[in-house]
Write a protein that binds this ligand. Sequence first.
Ligand code: NAD
Ligand code: UGA
Length: 331
Amino acid sequence: MIVEIQILINWFGGSEKSRTMAKEMTNGDHSSSIKPPPMPSPLRFSKFFQSSMRILVTGGAGFIGSHLVDKLMENEKNEPLLVEVDQIYHLACPASPIFYKYNPVKTIKTNVIGTLNMLGLAKRVGARILLTSTSEVYGDPLIHPQTESYWGNANPIGVRSCYDEGKRVAETLMFDYHRQYGIEIRIARIFNTYGPRMNIDDGRVVSNFICKHNEPLTVQAPGTQTRSFCYVSDMVDGLIRLMEGENTGSINIGNPGEFTMLELAETVKELINPDVEITMVENTPDDPRQRKPDITKAKELLGWEPKIKLRNGLPLMEDDFRLRLGVPRRK
Ligand SMILES: NC(=O)c1ccc[n+]([C@@H]2O[C@H](COP(=O)([O-])OP(=O)(O)OC[C@H]3O[C@@H](n4cnc5c(N)ncnc54)[C@H](O)[C@@H]3O)[C@@H](O)[C@H]2O)c1
Ligand SMILES: O=C(O)[C@H]1O[C@H](OP(=O)(O)OP(=O)(O)OC[C@H]2O[C@@H](n3ccc(=O)[nH]c3=O)[C@H](O)[C@@H]2O)[C@H](O)[C@@H](O)[C@@H]1O
């Protein structure tokens, strides 16, 4: 939408040529102001564009616009979004457990249909595509730390399945398109990542603990379950190395520093608010009991390892949350 609006603004707000034209028209000199139509982009003459029309509809998600788009799309076999790209980072997916469980059908549709759509696009334009998969493909893992060769222990019919099985299918689709059509794929298995710009109400554990300045930190029972937290700049570095490198993955990208949720709460208390209470609350079904990436492959194949320790990353996230919540740092 934003792109569409900007195109419209440029269209009317104007190039030098359109300003000249507008000036000529206000002078009333209509006959001399008629110019030949502008040359279309050279892409217009490519084989692909000759067989399909590019149409911009603003307000296409609205009432009349949506019907208009349906009609215009009736005879189209291509993706509704015609983009020409060389690389696709496919991140779109509800990621926080409270949100992905809230609308599980949407979550699995996003993982399956969304990934198919992006693979279709990659196939049409010959782009390389990177999927952000997850450590949740290992389910409640029975080996520790998790290596990429481990096939996992996921419940196929549980409340988390829309996400973990969804990502497993997304990985399958990636490899099938790779084998069948030669699409260049990259798959990152991301482990718990935190940092500035997480939604304040995201619901995942680190943001929950940091945003609760005066309320107790709610550790879900038993509190001995573990996670390994990766700072976002390390994660982004790993994703770009994977995209630019020669290995398809699937590959673990995460920080092997492992903490129980009680240890995380104690660390947040120590670094952010020594007066805060820690309380134990009920957990949700199928919560993985342990999680720690083996990153041998990432080190060897990508030359990557995380740099930022949890104790150094938490204050950076705290700064961002304080700014957004308008809560000053404690004296
Ligand atoms: N942050 C982590 O710890 C973590 C760990 C493992 C995997 N991942 C994966 O990384 C990706 C990004 O995670 P994040 O933490 O930035 O999550 P996020 O929730 O902050 O961002 C997800 C984005 O996807 C968009 N989205 C969701 N469904 C969509 C749909 N159907 N169509 C278009 N867009 C849609 C959302 O609007 C949002 O902008 C996700 O694929 C997630 O599964 C994240
Ligand atoms: O890294 C991953 O692969 C996955 O991690 C997360 O899954 P999860 O680790 O369960 O995320 P959280 O909701 O942050 O929970 C982590 C742990 O903290 C606990 N928790 C959560 C929230 C809270 O307020 N208190 C609390 O103790 C949970 O019980 C759980 O054991 C998300 O599902 C995904 O973003 C991601 O794919």
